[in-house]
Ligand binder design. Sequence first.
Ligand code: SAH
Length: 231
Amino acid sequence: MDVVDDKAIVKEYFNNTGFDRWKRIYGDGEVNKIQLDVRIGHQQTVDTLLEWLEADRNLDGLSICDAGCGVGSLSIPLATAGAIVSASDISEKMVGEAKERAAEVLGNNDNPSFSVQDLESLSGSYDTVVCLDVLIHYPQSKAAEMIAHLASTAQSRLILSFAPKTPWLSVLKKIGSFFPGASKATRSYLHREVDVTQILEAQGFTIKRSAISKRSVYFSRMLEAVRSVDS
Ligand code: SAH
């Protein structure tokens, strides 16, 4: 399948069946066991990221780009903590849901600011760029381009998560539909941590922190990359 197709299919999916599915997973209503595993694992990823940023003690007023923001699971707590958040997603349905959730928590204000945008067309410059659980939808070559583009918009830091390519996960993926993001409509892709690290290093970044959120079916490796001093 070609890369353009991947993006078109992902967009279509997250505006339709994927929207219904992920809105539920990233919510607090009743879900099945597998979805609950993904919900808990994803929340763990979000919580770890918030812990990292809070530990740095400079969240207030920090400009953050949340690329592929989904329903705002990260953008909303970041804005609540005082960061200036630019949230965007390729799916207008996800953005619509994120806006509603943000209004419930924060009232109608312009932080986070939301837009419907392919992350590869993001421009601007942010202290920190975050992209969680998005790369799983793209093959390695496309993911590499996306990471390079995101890096170009990050002044000091880029935080990414992806499904790590390990022997065990490769088996799970072969077995089939257990995988986060898996559905009849989309493919999921695993990425090797060494490859992602190399791409980040080639963009002039160094890995500072790393975490894994590992449950029965949800696996996500998160890397925080900071601009190398000499880059
Ligand atoms: N980052 C969010 C959502 C993860 S779900 C979170 O962790 O809660 C994956 C999201 O990526 C979906 O909302 C999907 O619409 C979005 N997405 C996929 N491809 C994208 C692209 N090329 N540009 C922007 N968003 C994209």
